[in-house]
Design a protein around this ligand. Structure first.
Ligand code: ADP
Length: 539
């Protein structure tokens, strides 16, 4: 017997509709490329998003068609987030930090015929035009004066394009499982893979993320959206903002420490999220200038492991870190480290240890840790195993690929290695491909990196598996040191020794000027392994 409740589909347009009606004047502030500021309320943003949907329709875009963007965080990209998905087309956000060949592959594989591009990325895309044979129309994201898109066929500026539409456009209703957004993982191995989100997955993911046990957001929050809008739905910030009616601050292209501190204090941001690299830059700026980040009280940090020193330093600035784990395939928010009453009641040091992990399992995202023998690992916080996840905002396959990627019971293999403790907190110890297997035992590179970052004078640390004739692999620690006060190899090892198992101690410490980074701002362990694989045998 079916229930007798209304079957209203969960659609992305519904979020903006709500914000337009009930938070019409709540602000969306965006910093433009030229440093100027743009401000408007949800009502105007919604009118322009409808105008955009109508203009896309007039340009021949049909439900299911992909519409690509190559753009940073600003109000026009916000309108695309809602206008494209809202009309039933698929927003394909492309990462401009990738190599030209990857951008070409991704745009072509996505199949968009129309591409919206920031003026700053026009020089990046122009040489690719001959190869992007499916794209027949380019829209430059600016006003009429922005159109320097000389090398782009059929180029038009965004405002002219918008003028073709009408705000009398009414959002269509359709199946909530319809595809809304397409985003490719950075493809550190093989070709990038397209994750195809649906309206349902997007709305449920946002609904869960704003709960008190997650980000705890409301109309009183001021959200600073640092994660790029071309990366995994900007960690849901556009949707979270519209759903709650919170003020939204979009930083544009400038996400250095000085610009962020300035935005936080001028726009009174209370909450933000981002990868650790961003907060490293922010903290460096605060140290240098003695400035404050008030009224920012909470920051969700994830994407790679958050060093304990960062959590402590942000706490001294009055900002609590909620470490989170997730991936493009999980929309991306997975676990978030917020306390439960038993954890809150622990002695301070113990509580800090629990909360410094990668987050707590919350409703909607089920996790399973499986040992090498295929047996589920106990929730003891010690036993490592492969991390599998399942839930309504987890991918089941990739765009344009035939095979599902789930096991028979519907679990998605994350490629991460983790432990789960008795309180339900996850600790990522490695990526499967980065794990160090020494004499058949696993060594956690993340744990050693975290400890190494506590050594005075160590700015960044990465641990990789280096070839060893007897043990197959041994940990090698690579650091970036403070040029003024570089620590010695022995000082680093002396710090680690009492804190880890004896056989986890790195066989060597190498200092480099900078660590190679991926397009998503993570340390590229592939590049490090290529360079240092044979370091221990004199290679
Ligand atoms: P990619 O880096 O491959 O482009 P994602 O951005 O989707 O893809 O990254 C997801 C991966 O980032 C996870 O599988 C995990 O390895 C890593 N990750 C995410 N959050 C954390 C965290 N808090 N600590 C450690 N690793 C993390």
């Amino acid at each position: 017997m079916l229930g007798l409740m209304q079957d209203v589909p969960l659609l992305i347009s519904g979020l903006l509709d709500y914000a337009e009606r009930y938070h019409p004047d709540a602000e969306i502030v965006s910093r433009e490329d030229d440093g100027s500021e743009h401000r408007y309320g949800y009502a105007e943003a919604a009118r322009r998003a409808r105008r955009l949907a109508a203009a896309l329709s007039a340009a021949g875009v049909r439900p299911g068609d992909r519409v690509a963007t190559l753009a940073m965080n600003h109000h026009r990209h916000f309108e695309l987030y809602f206008g494209v998905s809202g009309m039933g087309a698929v927003l394909h956000t492309v990462n401009p930090r990738l190599f030209a060949a990857q951008i070409e592959y991704i745009v072509d594989h996505g199949g968009a015929r129309i591409l919206f591009v920031d003026p700053a990325f026009v020089p990046l895309i122009t040489p690719l035009v001959p190869a992007l044979r499916k794209v027949t129309r380019y829209v430059v994201l600016g006003g009429r004066d922005a159109l320097a898109g000389d090398g782009l066929p059929q180029a038009v500026d965004y405002e002219t394009f918008l003028a073709e539409g009408t705000e009398a456009y009414a959002w269509p209703s359709f199946d909530e499982r319809t595809a809304s957004t397409l985003c490719y993982t950075s493809g550190t191995t093989g070709n990038p893979k397209g994750v195809l989100y649906s309206h349902r997955s997007t709305v449920l993911h946002a609904l869960s993320a704003c709960q008190p046990g997650s980000f705890g957001l409301s109309a009183e929050s001021v959200l600073l959206a640092i994660p790029p809008m071309f990366h995994a739905n900007a960690w849901s910030f556009p949707y979270l903002a519209a759903m709650t009616g919170a003020k939204l601050v979009l930083p544009g292209a400038r996400i250095d420490g000085e610009s962020l501190q300035d935005l936080i204090s001028r726009e009174r941001a209370t909450f933000t999220v981002g990868v650790p690299t961003i907060f490293t830059m922010l903290l460096e700026h605060l140290r240098r200038t003695g400035k404050s980040i008030a009224p920012l009280t909470r920051a969700g940090i994830g994407g790679s492991a958050v060093p304990r020193a960062m959590i402590d330093e942000l706490a001294r600035h009055g900002c609590t870190v909620l470490q989170l784990w997730g991936m493009t395939e999980t929309s991306p928010l997975g676990t978030i480290a917020t306390p439960t009453p038993p954890v809150a009641a622990l002695p301070e040091a113990e509580r800090a240890d629990v909360l410094a992990q990668q987050g707590r399992v919350r409703w909607g995202l089920d996790v399973r840790i499986v040992g090498e023998d295929g047996v589920p690992a106990p929730h003891d916080g010690k036993t490592q195993g492969a991390l599998w996840v399942r839930g309504p905002w987890v991918a089941k396959g990739y765009f344009g690929a035939d095979a599902d990627v789930l096991d028979d019971a519907g679990w998605f293999p994350t490629g991460d290695v983790a432990t789960l403790d008795g309180h339900g907190y996850l600790r990522i110890t490695d990526r499967t491909k980065d794990v160090i297997k020494s004499g058949g035992e696993w060594i956690s590179s993340l744990e050693i990196e975290n400890l190494a970052c506590d050594v005075p004078g160590v700015r960044q640390a990465a641990v990789i598996a280096a070839y060893h004739p007897k043990w197959e692999e041994r940990p090698l620690l690579i650091i970036v040191a403070d040029p003024e006060h570089p620590p010695t190899r022995q000082e680093v090892l002396d710090h680690l020794q009492p804190r880890i198992a004896k056989w986890w101690l790195p066989d060597d410490v190498v200092a480099v000027d900078a660590l190679p980074m991926t397009a998503t701002g993570k340390v590229s362990k592939i590049a490090l392994r290529d360079r240092f694989r044979n370091h221990l045998i004199g290679g």
